[in-house]
Ligand binder design. Structure first.
Ligand SMILES: C[S@@+](CC[C@H](N)C(=O)[O-])C[C@H]1O[C@@H](n2cnc3c(N)ncnc32)[C@H](O)[C@@H]1O
Length: 454
């Protein structure tokens, strides 16, 4: 099993998330009960500080005398990675969720929280890709220091031989020769410690591990994180039908946040594909927590308090609104994409009248209201090569100028010539990564007058 270890390459300057493509979407566990009344969201309560960071290796078997529930009172340092370009939006989201010390970092945000706060971040964050709890951090001068660091970290609090394990490593500007070797050092340190303490070590499962550890190297430091999310958080659980080049759900939610979409206002996606942007929008407007029914990694760790977790989710469910106020509308030229979008919406427990998905050409649509937002992910990159498509932007822009005065338009694309081709001047251009594709979210205000070819 250990032979399967492959440390991922790290694209320069990015927090690489090796767990992103980690298998099929998790299954929903149960249908949430939609409540009749909305209540304001509650900020998490933070407990007092306690330093747990560097326990020395105990000498005896501690499996049967592990202290239960000390983690409830502890404050953890968290790093939440996100798609590059969403750092500020994620930080604002975390602050709005009550994590007041949230600070934007490289491709993510850091903050502190108690264990309930860790669970709540997993449940409520629409923009984070995962929630990583820092369990060790040290300066290192050699790869073998990683073994020591891993050996000195009290993993037995979180998992043991009864769990399977996966370790991944990524680095930014690290002088180490081999990430793969560093990864093995971390894994060996964890396994050595557990074997020494408990007589057995966890076996490795790179596909569906119970426990995931992430080693992150920068310059001369090493940080070990316990991954509390399991599958990436953008896997909400409703997507089975993918369509052509679907957006990740957290990128879709991030586009809506950057666009400043008002959840009470109409929203249109004229290139809706499998419906990601609109389904995310519906969940935002209804207050459905993005993780409400998917499983999380922390549920498979030692001492998981299933009762507390159930209470937290029930509280979240009780705040979901019964219906949407404003129209959400999606068009796609491809009937199969519309079928996928409808199926996905159904799996997200949205009633058929929540989002109007229709087969239609973006160049011939009319506005469902006199103002609103268009947030969209049209074809680009390799999918945008035919000559016929070259006219698409000009014709689409003509339609928008005629029918959508008063609307705000936000388009993600890797084609930096798009505003020119549409003959529209962007008010904003936000750099944003769609997977590995370097994109911009262009923001335009559509007004009736003043366009050369309106
Ligand atoms: C990048 S995909 C959108 C993916 C979508 N955001 C999702 O998450 O599934 C672009 C979509 O635009 C659609 N499309 C291409 N030309 C179109 C047109 N003229 N009008 C409407 N849809 C069009 C394609 O069928 C494709 O589904």
């Amino acid at each position: 099993m250990d032979a399967q270890y492959i440390a991922p390459a790290t694209p320069a300057g990015r927090f690489y998330d090796p767990f992103e493509d980690d298998g099929p979407a998790p299954e929903f566990t149960a249908e949430p009960q939609h409540a009749q009344e909305a209540q304001p969201a509650q900020a998490p309560e933070f407990a007092g500080e306690r330093d747990y960071s560097r326990e020395r290796t105990p000498s005896a078997d501690t499996r049967n005398r592990r202290p239960r529930e000390t983690r409830q009172a502890e404050v953890f340092t968290i790093f939440a990675p996100c798609p590059q370009g969403l750092e500020e939006a994620l930080t604002a989201e975390m602050q709005a969720l009550g994590y007041e010390d949230a600070k934007a970092g490289r491709a993510g945000c850091s903050f502190t929280a108690d264990w309930a706060g860790v669970q709540r971040a997993n449940l409520y964050s629409r923009l984070a890709t995962r929630i990583l709890v820092q369990v060790a951090h040290a300066e290192i001068s050699h790869e073998d220091d990683i073994l020591e660091l891993a050996r000195d970290t009290p993993w037995e609090r979180w998992f043991g031989a009864e769990q399977t394990l996966r370790v991944d490593t990524s680095a930014i500007k690290s002088p180490v020769q081999s990430l793969q070797y560093c990864n093995l050092r971390a894994k060996d340190g964890i396994c050595d410690r557990l074997r020494e303490l408990e007589g057995e070590r966890p076996s490795i499962d790179t596909v569906r591990p119970d426990a995931r550890v992430h080693l992150f190297l920068t310059g001369h430091t090493a940080t070990l994180y316990l991954d509390t999310s399991g599958e990436s958080l953008f896997k909400r659980g409703w997507r089975l039908d993918k369509g052509e080049a679907p957006l990740r759900e957290n990128l879709a939610a991030g586009m809506l946040a950057l666009a400043g979409w008002d959840p009470a206002a109409p929203l249109l996606d004229p290139f809706c594909g499998s419906g990601t942007i609109l389904i995310e929008a519906a969940w935002i407007a209804l207050g459905v927590p993005p993780g409400i029914s998917r499983p999380f990694g922390f549920e498979r760790l030692r001492d998981h308090d299933a009762y507390r977790w159930r209470d937290l989710k029930e509280d979240a469910r009780s705040r979901i609104l019964p219906q949407l106020d404003a129209p959400l509308v999606g068009y796609d030229l491809d009937p199969q994409a519309i079928e996928f979008a409808q199926n996905n919406a159904e799996r997200a427990w949205l009633t058929a009248d929540s989002i109007r998905f229709e087969v239609g050409d973006a160049r011939q649509i009319t506005a469902p209201a006199d103002h609103g937002w268009i947030v969209t992910n049209p074809p680009y990159g390799e999918r945008m090569l035919t000559e016929q498509d070259a006219d698409l932007w000009r014709d689409w822009a003509t339609c928008l100028k005629h029918n959508f005065a008063g609307w705000q338009l936000h388009v993600i694309t890797s084609d930096l010539t798009l505003p020119n081709q549409m003959r529209l001047k962007p008010k904003r251009r936000v750099p944003l990564f769609n997977g590995a594709l370097d994109c911009r979210l262009f923001g335009f205000e559509l007004v009736a007058a003043g366009y050369r070819d309106a």
